[in-house]
Design a protein around this ligand. Structure first.
Ligand code: ZN
Length: 271
């Protein structure tokens, strides 16, 4: 991959709340994916496309995923409608090196649960309370350009315990007006791919217009970009060096041999 190549981002959205709920429709008339994509497209090093649940194959065909360096995922009300075959396809691409950024209620998506192997459950409350995101790894690439913390004035609360495997790196910890805390920016490696979970993104608040959220998403895309893409294989291989002969009987039950393949003792080890 040349240094000049743009990062190919696919922004995936369930795109259901925006069609049914007036508040969400007003905030995101063309869908959250359009706003997330527009934010990312401001970066000259990114080529951004979108995909949604109701498109054939959820917009995530093999060809699209092969041309995707980083996939972002927003889902909530229709996790169960995502076909298992597409989930397996996305998982395969992550294991081969594609980056995945899971947003907000995507914590319960099939793909996130598959990659984590845990329930991914948490506490929640929808009271439009303040969230303060503490940057706990300021030197991490995903925290570039952020201060010690930033705030979102109105959010849905997510609280611990968040049932995830221990993150490889924890970048953000959130505090909420109601007193809870939450691991809100978590990194994992799965196979050759990088996975980032980012908590903010509730559909009834203008979260994806927030400049700090947009900065995090930009940084996360750059961080999750594949270093290599490596298809899975489990080959039976020839040795690199010449092996000494082991003799036909080597490994047979009850026969111990020296390096020339000569039987040294038969049966049980004596005392
Ligand atoms: Zn929510």
């Amino acid at each position: 991959m040349s240094k000049q190549a743009k990062i190919r981002v696919t922004v995936w959205n369930e795109f259901r709340h925006e069609k049914k709920n007036e508040t969400v429709k007003k905030l995101y008339p063309k869908g959250m994916h359009a706003v997330i994509a527009a934010g990312l497209a401001k970066n000259k090093d990114m080529a951004v496309r979108t995909a949604t649940l109701d498109e054939p194959e959820h917009g995530l065909t093999e060809a699209v995923l092969r041309q995707t360096d980083v996939l972002t995922w927003w889902g909530h009300t229709a996790h169960r409608e995502v076909q298992d075959e597409i989930v397996r396809r996305v998982q395969k691409h992550v294991l081969e090196g594609m980056g995945l950024i899971v947003l907000h209620s995507g914590h319960f998506s099939k793909i996130f649960k598959t990659l984590m192997g845990t329930n991914c459950s948490l506490k929640w409350r929808e009271e439009a309370e303040k969230e303060r995101l503490w940057v706990v790894e300021r030197s991490h690439p995903i925290a570039e350009g952020l201060g010690e913390h930033f705030e979102l004035p109105h959010t849905e609360m997510y609280g611990e315990r968040f049932d995830i495997p221990k993150p490889d790196e924890l970048v953000f910890v959130s505090w909420f007006e109601g007193g809870e805390v939450f691991r809100s920016g978590c990194c994992w490696q799965r196979g050759h791919g990088r996975v980032f979970y980012f908590r903010p993104g509730h559909e009834t608040y203008p979260i994806f217009f927030d400049k700090n959220v947009r900065k995090v998403l930009t940084n996360a895309v750059r961080w999750a970009r594949p270093r290599m893409r490596l298809a899975d294989a489990c080959p039976n291989v020839k040795p690199l060096e010449t092996l000494s002969p082991k003799g036909a009987a080597f490994g047979k039950a009850g026969v111990l041999q020296d390096s020339d393949g000569k039987a040294v003792r038969k049966g049980r080890r004596g005392r």
